[in-house]
Design a protein around this ligand. Structure first.
Ligand SMILES: *[C@@H]1O[C@H](CO)[C@@H](O)[C@H](O)[C@H]1NC(C)=O
Ligand SMILES: *[C@@H]1O[C@H](CO)[C@@H](O)[C@H](O)[C@H]1NC(C)=O
Ligand SMILES: *[C@@H]1O[C@H](CO)[C@@H](O)[C@H](O)[C@H]1NC(C)=O
Ligand SMILES: *[C@@H]1O[C@H](CO)[C@@H](O)[C@H](O)[C@H]1NC(C)=O
Length: 221
C-alpha cells in the first residue's frame, strides 16, 4: 500500500519528467547480424549515435566499411545492417524514380528499371542498371528535355495555384497564376494560364491594383 502511495506521489511530483520521457523514447541495442557496434549499452538515449562494422564477406548498407546510426525517436536511423558484400546499396540516380526496396539494398544481379521525372529524358535510351558483385553497372542518366522549362517566373502580387513547386516542367504543360486580393491582371481577370512552349513560358499576367488600373484608364479616356 505504502509503495503504491509513493508511486502515486512521484507521478504527481514529476509529471514533467514523465512527459519528457514520452516525448523522446530511447532505443534498445540494435540487432546486428554479421557485425558489431560500439558503444555497447542496453539502452541509448535519444540522438545517441553508435558506429558499427561488418564481418568478412559483409558490408554496411551505407557507403564505407564502417557506418554510424543514430537513435531517433525510438528507432535506429539508418537501421544498422550488415549485408552480403555482393549486394548493392540503393543507387543515387538524380531526377528518376524506380521501385525501391524498403530495406535500402538489392541482391546481386537485381536489375533496376528507372523512369525519368517529368521534363527529363533518358540519355542514350538506357533505363536499367544491374547490381553486379556489389556495384551497379553503368547507371542511367536522365537529362532535361530541351523543350522542358525551368520554374515559371516570379511575378509581383501573383502566386501559382493548384501546383506544388517544381524546378522543371515538361513541354506543353501549364500553370495558373492568381493575382493577390485587390489586384487584377490585364482584362480584369484575376487568373491567367501560362504554358511551357518549346522551352519558354508564355507571358504571365501583370497584376496591378484595381484602383491603379482604373486611374490609368481614366487618364486614357
Ligand atoms: C515519435 O514516434 C511517435 C510514435 O511512434 C510519434 O507519435 C511521434 O510523432 C514521433 N515523433 C517524431 C518527432 O517523429
Ligand atoms: C529487399 O530487401 C529484403 C530484405 O529486407 C531482401 O530479402 C530482398 O531480397 C531485397 N530485394 C531485392 C530485390 O533485392
Ligand atoms: C545499357 O546498360 C546495360 C547494363 O547496364 C549495358 O549492358 C548496355 O551496354 C547499355 N547499353 C547502352 C546502349 O549503353
Ligand atoms: C526562349 O526565348 C528566348 C528569348 O525570348 C530565345 O532566345 C530562346 O531561343 C527561346 N528558347 C527556345 C527553346 O525556343
Amino acid at each position: 500500500m505504502y509503495i503504491r502511495y509513493l508511486g502515486f506521489g512521484l507521478l504527481i511530483w514529476f509529471p514533467g519528467a514523465l512527459h519528457a520521457q514520452h516525448a523522446t523514447p530511447s532505443c534498445s541495442a540494435p540487432r546486428l547480424d554479421g557485425g558489431f557496434f560500439s558503444p555497447k549499452q542496453e539502452t541509448y538515449s535519444d540522438e545517441t549515435a553508435l558506429t558499427y562494422t561488418c564481418n568478412d564477406g559483409r558490408k554496411p548498407t551505407v557507403k564505407g566499411w564502417w557506418a554510424t546510426s543514430t537513435c531517433l525517436n525510438g528507432t535506429w536511423s539508418p537501421e544498422p545492417q550488415c549485408i552480403d558484400e555482393k549486394a548493392c546499396i540503393a543507387p543515387d540516380i538524380p531526377n528518376t524514380q524506380y521501385r525501391e526496396n524498403q530495406s535500402g539494398w538489392y541482391n546481386d544481379e537485381h536489375k533496376i528499371r528507372i523512369t525519368c521525372n517529368e521534363g527529363y529524358d533518358p540519355k542514350g535510351h538506357n533505363v536499367t542498371t544491374t547490381c553486379i558483385n556489389g556495384k551497379w553497372s553503368s547507371v542511367p542518366v536522365c537529362e532535361k528535355n530541351i523543350h522542358a522549362c525551368g520554374e515559371p517566373p516570379q511575378i509581383p502580387h501573383a502566386v501559382i495555384i493548384l501546383q506544388g513547386y517544381q524546378d522543371v516542367f515538361a513541354a506543353d504543360t501549364g500553370v495558373q497564376y492568381q493575382c493577390q486580393d485587390g489586384y487584377t491582371a490585364e482584362g480584369g481577370d484575376t487568373k491567367k494560364y501560362v504554358y511551357c512552349i518549346a522551352g519558354n513560358w508564355t507571358e504571365g499576367p501583370v497584376c496591378s491594383k484595381w484602383g491603379h488600373t482604373l486611374q490609368r484608364n481614366q487618364t486614357w479616356y
